[in-house]
Design a binder for this molecule. Structure first.
Ligand code: ADP
Ligand code: MG
Length: 394
């Protein structure tokens, strides 16, 4: 990797500011409902503790709109981290100013302190240089281990590295090597599967993958727009009418350059999202009047699955249907199984897609689950991430 990582620097006795992604969901009792993201940061935190660093952790949580709001406090997260580490974890009521300075001054080697939510300050999201400088003054070294926000130029991602040496943590390093491989040297055949609700979020990714992948598979809601662009009547299905030209343009390019593109050959349709019991498997040109396509059909699963199983590299982003509703989840489940069964390198990105593979119980059978939705798509698009660019190069 071109960027420096934790392994490249001496952290013994140093104050290390670690940008983590502790943006976790809470339950109604205000407890951490899912600590996956906290656990994901443990390798970096543990490494620093073992080497006697003073570990200062900073994250955003939710959307507090630039002012303190107790509903978005990181205090319960510090509590959960303490339980996971089996040691005391300090908490500072602010990420800059006296509260932060006093907490850091009180730390000894090997101590861990969580700073309060970065987004309690409007300066965070506009990458205010003074605010970044104030955070940098708390530490000797900066570590970015928050891949999910690396595509945003915020003070805690792109700003702090202007002031102190900055390197990648282990989680960020894993993301960069796994996703970087897709862009630089995917082993052929490289099969990419893109789904989800809309094309509009993913045009750049689709264009890039058309050029890079040996086979591009399109499913989910976005396939409806492509099928409509081919002149098919999608009835009440989700179709982006303002993207029909884009879809047509992409299809023409595929035909012109003889690219391998697969669209669904059958669909699961129903009168509405909450009438799964009335669902029927239909051909792509036979969605009944007034009905909507909410999943890909079994023949599509078989067609897609065959290519996925034979692939040496698989990238998947976007569910094949309304997988949250039982009855419309079989397509997503089928693609998840094919991906798990492939013995190539398999990489999955996207919040909902990761949820789907967890729901399918197959998460441990893929090579890499990316923790960052937007950031992973940006990488696959071949774009630079400001939070990564800011780090020191080797
Ligand atoms: P990711 O978060 O993995 O990037 P997206 O957010 O792009 O994925 O898309 C996921 C959403 O798309 C899910 O909520 C899913 O229900 C929805 N979806 C997929 N296919 C359809 C469809 N045919 N009709 C309506 N919604 C769909
Ligand atoms: Mg999503």
């Amino acid at each position: 990797m071109e960027k420096m990582t934790l392994r490249d620097i001496d952290v013994q006795g140093k104050r290390v500011f670690v940008r983590v992604d502790f943006n976790v969901p809470f339950n109604e009792e205000g407890e951490v409902a899912d600590d996956t993201r906290i656990r994901a940061a443990l390798p970096t935190i543990g490494y620093l503790i073992d080497r006697g660093a003073r570990v200062i952790l900073a994250s955003h949580l939710g959307r507090p709109k630039g002012k303190p709001d107790p509903r978005f406090s990181l205090r319960p997260v510090a509590g959960r981290l303490s339980a996971l580490l089996g040691r005391e974890v300090g908490f500072a009521g602010d990420c800059v100013g006296p509260a932060a300075q006093d907490s850091v001054r009180a730390m000894s080697d090997g101590d861990v302190t969580v700073l309060e939510n970065l987004r309690f300050h409007p300066e965070e999201e506009v990458n205010d240089p003074e605010f970044a400088g104030a955070m940098a003054s708390l530490a000797d070294v900066y570590v970015n281990d928050a891949f999910g926000t690396a595509h945003r130029a915020h003070a805690s991602t792109a700003g702090i590295p202007a002031h102190i040496p900055a390197v990648a943590g282990f989680l960020l390093e894993k993301e960069l090597t796994s996703l970087g491989m897709l862009v630089s040297e995917p082993a052929p055949p490289f099969v990419a599967i893109v789904g989800g609700a809309k094309i509009s979020d993913k045009i750049g990714v689709l264009e890039r993958l058309m050029a890079r992948a040996d086979c591009l598979i399109i499913g989910g809601g976005m396939a409806n727009t492509f099928l409509a662009a081919q002149g098919k009547d999608m009835a009440q299905s989700l179709v982006e009418t303002d993207r029909l030209d884009v879809a047509r343009g992409l299809l023409e390019k595929v035909a012109r350059e003889k690219m391998d593109l697969l669209l669904p050959v059958d669909l699961v349709a129903a009168p509405s999202r909450d009438q799964a019991d009335r669902r029927e498997i239909v051909d792509t040109d036979s969605v009944p009047e007034g009905w909507m396509a909410l999943d890909i059909g079994p023949r599509s699963v078989e067609l897609f699955g065959k290519r996925i199983r034979e692939a040496k590299t698989v990238f998947w982003n976007g569910p094949m249907g309304l997988f949250e509703v039982s009855g419309f989840d079989a397509g997503t489940q089928g693609v998840a199984e094919a991906t798990a069964e492939s013995d190539g390198v398999t990489i999955i990105g996207g919040g909902d897609t990761v949820r789907a593979i967890n729901q399918a119980g197959l998460a441990d059978r893929v090579t890499h689950l990316s923790t960052g939705g937007g950031a992973s798509l940006k990488m696959v698009e071949g774009k630079k991430l400001p939070g990564v660019e800011a780090l020191n190069s080797r």
